[in-house]
Write a protein that binds this ligand. Structure first.
Ligand code: NAP
Length: 510
């Protein structure tokens, strides 16, 4: 399968002349949604220079975006701070209605928004449409949650007192997001923040500023007041100085970050000086366990869904496949066959593509290194294994993998399936929990006692039992260990943007 797949890919991408490729894969999005300047206090602002946004499938420039600097970030923080005093006075119902309008506009413009994702991040269009539905669902969910931020009236221990616990917005929130979900990582945070009555300054990833700016355009159309949501796009060179303002300015009360554990640790250190509230959604290293009791076909379907979405570039992608001896051969054979039948590489805008490129050459190199390391230590390549044109990487199936190989020790963020054989449940749990991070974990079993035991023993924040795709606005999202702190989505998501204030009313004649 891989030879055919590779040949097709080269015909599609390498053989075409650059100009023809450009014509064939042109962004073609409504100009109103193609915003290329920063968005501060309800205005589109230029910067002295700009940076290119590249289509990772072709390497071609699709837009140039204002490279906002620390001064722009400071202006955005000041704007969010002044807007906060107005926004928090809006009734919960007024905030709810504005978030709902924003949701409606996202839904109305879903096709254009999905094309932006496909062109700046490489995701197949079908997945981009899925991301837009998922991203919009957070605005819908938090528009509903905005009206359910209840405090408490607590029975007092002293007769003439009354005790109230009020929930109040924390204030200006700095939001820093990655490229792999250019829309959903924004709405999951900003939806909750705005519902709570906070205002926000967003720094999107260098690779994917267009989706963020399109969201700002729609926020404006929805009537969200100036300063409530600001966007400061910037290049990687500028990220540290912009990040410093967002993480140290005394007017910022809260930092909400999604990205790598290494960056998260840096931001946490910066947050410490002014004791900011933090939510950190960091890296994962998900185990995917198939027990002898599993329905193997179901496990193969789950593996395909949880591994190959966004070409393996999601923080909840399965990263280590642990398969019990009794079903090992069957699982590996069926997974290989499913990869042959279902995976097709190409430009994300083409209807039959399921596997786009990785975000850049560095990402493809990392996967290549993990494969080389595993092979040098005795692993066998059953499918794929090669890096192709640009940042395309063949979906790869490795067997005879052992725990000391790089691909088992590090997050891959690419289309690599390393399979480890195990004999006992204890062994599987020890392997699964031998990680300094713990975001998602999946396992397949038809044994109800085993399902309870393993669900409770896995050291992760999200567990998929006989299910490979589990993210939804209604449930919590967040990790344990170095996968971060805090929970997004669900009824708990809005708490991340609220303080609890105790009010004691004393001396009452009651
Ligand atoms: P990253 O390098 O940490 O980048 C994430 C964001 O942080 C980008 O906007 C980046 O800007 C910015 N950034 C980098 N250095 C900064 C600094 N010094 N100050 C302020 N901002 C800075 O992560 P990534 O490689 O793009 O994303 C992949 C990682 O994210 C993976 O580890 C994945 O597991 C994790 N992730 C986690 C979740 C979750 O919910 N837990 C979801 C998705 C992804 P530039 O783009 O300009 O570098």
């Amino acid at each position: 399968m891989t030879a055919a797949m590779t040949a097709t890919l080269f015909q599609r991408l390498s053989a075409a002349a650059a100009a023809a490729t450009h014509r064939r894969f042109s962004l073609d999005v409504s100009s109103q949604l193609l915003r290329t300047r920063g968005y501060v206090h309800g205005r589109w602002v230029s910067a002295p220079s700009d940076f290119p946004v590249l289509d990772p499938a072709t390497g071609m420039e699709i837009a140039r975006v204002s490279d906002c600097g620390p001064e722009d970030a400071k202006r955005a923080v000041d704007s969010a701070y002044s807007a906060f005093y107005e926004w928090k006075q809006y009734t919960a119902k007024e905030r709810s209605l504005l978030l709902r309008k924003w949701f409606n506009l996202m839904t109305q413009h879903k096709d254009n928004l999905a094309r932006l994702i496909t062109f700046e991040c490489g995701k197949p269009l079908k997945e981009s449409l899925g991301e837009i539905a998922y991203a919009a669902s957070f605005l819908e969910w938090f528009s509903e949650e905005a009206r359910r931020v209840y405090g408490d009236v607590v029975p007092p221990p002293i007769k003439d007192r009354r005790i109230l616990l009020l929930k109040q917005p924390v204030g200006v929130t700095s939001v820093i997001t990655p490229w792999n979900f250019p829309s959903a990582m924004i709405t999951r945070k900003v939806g909750a923040a705005l519902a709570a009555g906070c205002t926000a300054v967003l720094k999107p990833a260098e690779d994917t500023p267009l989706s963020a700016l399109a969201l700002a355009e729609l926020a404006e159309q929805a009537g969200i007041p100036a300063g409530v949501f600001n966007v400061v796009p910037c290049s990687r060179e500028m990220a540290a100085s912009v990040g410093r303002v967002l993480c140290t300015d005394p007017l910022v009360a809260k930092i909400s970050f999604t990205g790598s554990t290494a960056t998260g640790k840096m931001l946490l250190k910066m947050a410490a000086d002014t004791v900011k509230r933090v939510s950190m959604e960091l890296g994962g290293h998900a185990p995917f366990i198939v027990f002898d009791s599993a329905d193997v076909d179901q496990a193969v379907n789950g593996a395909m869904a949880s591994k190959f979405r966004n070409s393996g570039q999601t923080c909840v992608c399965s990263n280590r496949f642990l398969v019990q001896s009794g079903v090992y051969e069957r699982f590996v054979a069926k997974l290989g066959a499913a990869m042959d039948a279902q995976l097709r590489m190409g430009h994300g805008s083409e209807a039959d593509t399921t596997q786009g490129p990785l975000i850049n050459a560095r990402a493809a190199e990392k996967v290549g290194q993990q494969i080389d390391d595993a092979v040098s230590q005795g692993a066998k390549v059953l499918r794929g294994g090669r890096r192709l044109h640009g940042s395309f990487m063949e979906p790869t199936l490795l067997v005879d993998v052992t725990a000391d190989m790089l691909c088992v020790r590090e997050e891959t963020f690419g289309p690599l399936v390393p399979v480890i054989r195990f004999d006992t449940e204890e062994e599987a749990l020890a392997l699964a929990n031998a990680s300094n991070v713990g975001l998602a974990g999946y396992f397949y079993s038809q044994d109800i006692s085993q399902i309870w035991r393993v669900s409770e023993a896995l050291e992760v924040g999200l567990v998929g039992v006989n299910e490979g795709l589990i993210s939804t606005a209604e449930a919590t999202f967040g990790g344990v260990k170095e996968s971060g702190m805090g929970r997004e989505g669900s009824k708990y998501g809005v708490d991340e943007y609220l303080e609890v204030k105790y009010v004691c009313m004393g001396g009452l004649n009651v």
